[in-house]
Design a protein around this ligand. Structure first.
Ligand SMILES: Cc1cc2nc3c(=O)[nH]c(=O)nc-3n(C[C@H](O)[C@H](O)[C@H](O)COP(=O)(O)OP(=O)(O)OC[C@H]3O[C@@H](n4cnc5c(N)ncnc54)[C@H](O)[C@@H]3O)c2cc1C
Length: 459
């Protein structure tokens, strides 16, 4: 009897999985397959990879309960699939469509040789669906989001299957290397649902205010789960639509609508990468491709390690280095600091984030960096430079977030926490934080920053 392959890539879940659902509709035994593609693996493994491996191990447990197992093979995807098809008869391969340049090239080569069927699931609307009237892609978010919202939506969601018939003969596979669990991001679909439920209890209704405060968990922290598909974006979107019906006040409605917009930003950047794959190599705008960036190794190291002397920047970087995640406000603050205050190339920051982030995603990360550096589509104007002191006062008014991540500043009062270098000597002694000894003095004099940026970016 023939089987079908459910090729898992960024959809590590059983619930509401259109690719799995399509495989089930064939009525044939299913081979759930993950391919370890050496081109995508790093040694030592990144946090992103650890998260993925643990998610796959959890998926395997779920599959075991349904009478099946995850098959893991290593190698070039086309060769791995061809090999399996020589071992047992396979009728078709089903996979969720992915829009990164690497995935598009890989999948089209495989489609030329094998019966691979790509199914929509990573996004609610395919990037080819959200186009301007003249059928060209949007490069500005607001009109993109209007068209996205107006498009008819498929509201069918699929429950996890109760039984998943395995192939007749077991296939040999490799095992996934054991890794320590990520303490901040347990990689299971049940954790994703738990986070979704907690977020919908209260924070979503106050999201428009809460989302910017660094110290409180005002956002969903679902990004790694959406990145690897432990949670379906359709499930997240439908939960938000349901919450919209339950809102009692205008500010609550704004909270939910703002969150929906973030899901649309996610699709906007996926669409940008799909239509303009060159953004992975260069700035979206040609006139922003020849900026004379500086490179000062000590500044670059200080930024990475959270030792710039600007507490909010350092706290955010230490949060990233410790947890693999950073608040969106923090990402904007540190990206602006690197590219504007230090005038270092945004591509360095993009690469460092990709290495550190559990949710590291080519489309959103590239979009976020190009946006903040002022070189990308619908970006912040190049002359807008986030002032780290004002950002800190506004989004961490008590300084609690700073104290949480910078123990050297734990005894500094609210009066000085945003600018500790202004502390008189005796106060520095009293709170055990001598600037230049326990915590660095600022690495850049901000009075020169604006002119330097204007000069570097001038048309
Ligand atoms: C420099 C920079 C780099 C970034 N790199 C990434 C990245 O590698 N991966 C990533 O998922 N997001 C990235 N973002 C976007 C955003 O910061 C994170 O998605 C968000 O902080 C995740 O937290 P959350 O899940 O609590 O978000 P919530 O506020 O709860 O938002 C819900 C979901 O919407 C999506 N989303 C939210 N904001 C954005 C955005 N601006 N662009 C695209 N999608 C968004 C995410 O999937 C997120 O989980 C980056 C932003 C910047 C400024």
């Amino acid at each position: 009897m023939k089987s079908v392959i459910w090729w898992i890539r960024r959809d590590v879940r059983l619930e509401d999985n259109p690719a799995l659902q399509t495989a089930l509709q064939t009525g044939l035994p299913i081979i759930p397959l993950f391919i370890l593609d050496p081109k995508l693996l790093q040694e030592p493994p990144t946090r992103r990879q650890i998260f993925l491996f643990q998610a796959l191990q959890n998926l395997d447990e779920g599959l075991h309960q349904l009478g099946n197992r995850l098959l893991v093979r290593r190698g070039n995807p086309l060769q791995v699939l061809q090999r399996i098809m020589q071992e047992i008869p396979v009728d078709a391969i089903f996979a969720e469509e992915d829009y990164s340049p690497y995935a598009i090239t890989r999948d089209s080569q495989i489609q030329n040789a094998l019966p691979l069927k790509l199914i929509l699931g990573l996004v609610i609307h395919h990037p080819q669906q959200v186009l301007k009237a003249d059928e060209t892609p949007y490069t500005i978010f607001t009109p993109f989001s209007k068209t996205w919202k107006a498009l008819p939506k498929n509201f069918t969601t699929y429950p996890a299957p109760k039984h998943l018939p395995p192939p007749e003969y077991p296939l040999p596979g490799v095992s996934l290397s054991d890794t320590d669990a990520l303490p901040y991001f347990p990689a299971s679909a049940s954790e994703a649902h738990h986070r979704l439920d907690s977020f919908f209890q209260e924070p979503i209704y106050v999201y428009s205010q809460g989302r910017n405060l660094l110290a409180q968990p005002g956002t969903s922290t679902l990004s790694p789960y959406l990145r690897f598909g432990l949670l379906s974006v359709r499930t997240a979107y439908q939960a938000a639509l349901k919450a919209l019906i339950n809102t009692m006040r205008a500010d609550e409605t704004i909270g939910v609508e703002t969150w929906i917009n973030e899901l649309i930003w996610r699709e906007f950047y996926i669409s940008i990468l799909y239509h303009f794959p060159n953004v992975l190599q260069e700035a979206f705008y040609p006139h922003r491709r020849n900026i004379h960036w500086r490179y000062v190794p000590q500044e670059w190291e200080a930024w990475k390690q959270g030792l710039t002397g600007y507490p909010v920047v350092d706290a955010c970087m230490r949060q990233l280095n410790e947890t693999g995640w950073m608040h969106n406000r923090g990402r904007m603050i540190v990206a602006s600091f690197l590219t504007k205050d230090l005038l270092h190339n945004w591509q360095l920051g993009e690469r460092y984030f990709r290495k550190q982030l559990v949710d590291g995603d080519p489309a959103a990360n590239n979009g976020g960096w190009q946006w903040t550096a002022g070189v990308g589509t619908d970006a912040v104007p190049y002359f807008r430079i986030f002032n780290p002191i004002l950002q800190s006062q506004k989004f961490d008014p008590q300084g609690n977030f700073i104290r949480q991540w910078i123990p050297e500043l734990s005894k500094v009062s609210q009066q000085y926490i945003h600018e500790p270098w202004t502390m008189p000597q005796d106060v520095q002694q009293q709170c055990g934080c001598v600037i230049g000894k326990h915590y660095p003095a600022p690495i850049v004099d901000r009075t020169i920053v604006k002119e330097r940026v204007l000069h570097a970016f001038k048309p």
